[in-house]
Write a protein that binds this ligand. Structure first.
Ligand SMILES: O=P(O)(O)OC[C@H]1O[C@H](O[C@H]2O[C@H](CO)[C@@H](O)[C@H](O)[C@H]2O)[C@H](O)[C@@H](O)[C@@H]1O
Length: 424
C-alpha cells in the first residue's frame, strides 16, 4: 500500500466546502446560571430562517458562524415563523436547553406538507430536497464515491442507533434486522469495518453480533481496536469469541472516572424514579437519561435533575442526543478521535490511498464528520430524513438507505476485484 503524508483531495469536496460553516470546535461549555446552559452544545439542526426548523428550538453554539446557503431558503419561510411566546421561565427553560431537548430528535412531521397556525404553508419535502442539493444522496452519488474509492483502501465506520437500526421508543429493543446484519457482514469481508456507538461496547456488540468488526462504545471512550501488531489485511475471525470482545488493543481514555460514572448512574436512577417514562442507561463511560417516553410537561424536571447532578462534578459534562441527555467525562475525546485512533491502529493513517467513510445520524457523529472534513479525506454521510446542519458531505434518508448503500459498496468492490483479476 502506498503511503504518504500528503493531503488527499477528493473530487466533490470543493462543491461542499461552500456549505461548511465553522466546523472547527463548535462546542461551548456553559453553566446553568445567568441564563446559560450546562449543555455542551453540539451542532444543531439548521435554523428556521435557513431550513424551516424554528430557531427557538435550538441551542446554537455561540461560536457558530451562519453561512449563506446556496439555495434561497428564505423564500420558503416567512420572517418570525413559529416564534415562541416568552413566558414565566424557570431555570431549565430560561437556559434554552429545554428547547434543545425538544429539538433533539425532529420527527417525521417536519417532512409533511401543511398550513401551520400562522397560516404559513410548510412544504417539508421541498425543504428536504433543497437541502439535498447541499448534501446529496450517497446513493445518487454512488458513481462519484466509487470513482474516488478506486485503487484505495476503503475503511468503514458505522454508528449504530438511527444508522443500522431504526430509532424506537425502548433503547433495549433497538434491534438491527437480520438482513442488515448480513449486509454489514458482507461489506466487512471487503473493508475494515468499525461500529462507533454511544452505547456501552458490550451492549452494541450484543445487538450487532458480528465478530469480524471493531467496536468503539461510549462515544469512542471504550475501544477494542485491532491487535497492536496489525496492519490491515482482514479483521481476524478470532478477534471476538462468544458474546464478548476478547482480543485486540483496549483503549479507555476515561478509565479513572469509571467509579464516578457508576455513582452518577445510581444517583440518576434514584432521582428520576418518580418521573414516569424516564429510562437511565449505563453506557459504562457515560450515563444516558432517556426522555422519549416522558410526558413533555415533565421534560424540564428531567433536565433539572440531570443538570443538578452534573453541576456537582467538575469532571462531568452534559450533552444531548436524540431525546436523551448524556452525562459524559470532560475529556478531549469523541467519535472523531475514536475514528482517528482506529485508522491509526489499522495502519491506515497518513495514507493517500485510504478512503474512510463514516455513516451516522447523531450530533455526536458530527465530530467524526468534522475530522474527515478537516483532513480533506474520505466522506461523512449523515443519515437524516429532515434537513440538518452537518459537516457530512453526503446524506442518506434512513437505515434502509444505509443498507442499500452498503450493498452498493459490496457489489462495486466485487466487480472491481473481478476486473483487476481479468487485467492480471
Ligand atoms: O451512537 P449511537 O449508536 O447512535 O447511540 C446513541 C444513543 O443511541 C441510543 O438512544 C437512541 O436510540 C434509542 C433506540 O432507538 C432511542 O430510544 C433513544 O431515544 C435515542 O436517543 C442509546 O440508547 C443511547 O445510549 C446512545 O447514546
Amino acid at each position: 500500500m502506498h503511503c504518504s503524508s500528503q493531503n488527499d483531495k477528493i473530487p466533490g469536496q470543493l462543491h461542499h466546502m461552500s456549505s461548511l460553516h465553522n466546523c472547527s470546535d463548535k462546542k461551548t461549555l456553559k453553566r446553568m446560571d445567568n441564563n446559560s446552559s450546562p449543555v455542551l452544545a453540539d451542532p444543531a439542526p439548521l435554523t428556521k430562517s435557513r431550513l424551516g426548523i424554528p430557531s427557538n428550538l435550538i441551542t446554537y453554539p455561540s461560536s457558530a458562524t451562519p453561512y449563506t446557503p446556496a439555495f434561497p431558503y428564505n423564500r420558503l419561510f416567512p420572517p418570525n415563523w413559529k416564534k415562541s411566546t416568552p413566558s414565566k421561565l424557570d431555570d431549565v427553560r430560561a437556559s434554552g436547553w429545554l428547547n434543545a431537548m425538544r429539538a433533539s430528535s425532529p420527527t417525521h412531521t417536519c417532512t409533511h406538507k401543511g398550513i401551520d397556525s400562522s397560516g404559513f404553508f410548510w412544504d417539508g419535502d421541498a425543504a428536504y430536497n433543497s437541502w439535498k442539493l447541499l448534501f446529496p444522496s450517497a446513493l445518487g452519488s454512488f458513481e462519484n464515491i466509487a470513482k474516488s474509492a478506486k485503487g484505495k483502501q476503503v475503511a468503514l465506520f458505522l454508528d449504530y442507533d438511527g444508522t443500522l437500526a431504526p430509532i424506537v421508543d425502548d433503547p433495549d429493543c433497538a434491534f438491527m434486522s437480520d438482513m442488515m446484519r448480513s449486509v454489514v457482514s458482507e461489506v466487512a469481508k471487503h473493508f475494515p469495518t468499525a461500529i462507533i456507538s454511544g452505547r456501552c461496547r458490550d451492549k452494541v456488540y450484543e445487538f450487532v453480533r458480528l465478530g469480524e468488526l471493531y467496536y468503539a462504545g461510549s462515544h469512542g471512550m471504550d475501544i477494542m481496536g485491532p491487535p497492536s501488531d496489525s496492519t490491515f489485511s482482514k479483521p481476524s475471525q478470532s478477534y471476538i469469541t462468544s458474546t464478548k470482545v476478547q482480543k485486540g488493543v483496549l483503549f479507555q481514555p476515561a478509565a479513572e472516572l469509571l467509579p464516578l460514572i457508576n455513582e452518577v448512574f445510581e444517583s440518576l436512577v434514584e432521582l428520576t424514579q418518580g418521573i414516569a417514562g424516564v429510562k437511565v442507561e449505563n453506557n459504562k463511560f457515560c450515563v444516558s437519561v432517556h426522555y422519549r417516553c416522558v410526558n413533555e410537561e415533565s421534560w424540564d424536571v428531567v433536565g433539572q435533575v440531570v443538570s443538578n447532578v452534573v453541576q456537582g462534578h467538575s469532571q462531568l459534562r452534559l450533552c444531548h442526543g436524540r431525546k436523551v441527555l448524556e452525562v459524559r467525562p470532560v475529556i478531549k475525546w469523541d467519535k472523531g478521535r475514536a475514528l482517528e485512533f482506529l485508522l491509526n491502529s489499522l495502519g491506515l493513517t497518513d495514507c493517500s490511498d485510504v478512503l474512510p467513510i463514516y455513516i451516522g445520524d447523531d450530533r455526536t457523529d458530527e465530530d467524526a464528520f468534522r475530522v474527515l472534513r478537516e483532513k480533506q479525506k474520505g466522506y461523512g454521510i449523515l443519515v437524516s430524513a429532515v434537513p440538518k446542519d452537518t459537516c457530512a458531505y453526503y446524506s442518506l434518508r434512513d437505515p434502509s438507505e444505509v443498507m442499500d448503500f452498503l450493498q452498493c459498496l459490496t457489489k462495486w468492490k466485487e466487480s472491481d476485484d473481478a476486473e483487476q483479476l481479468m487485467e492480471t
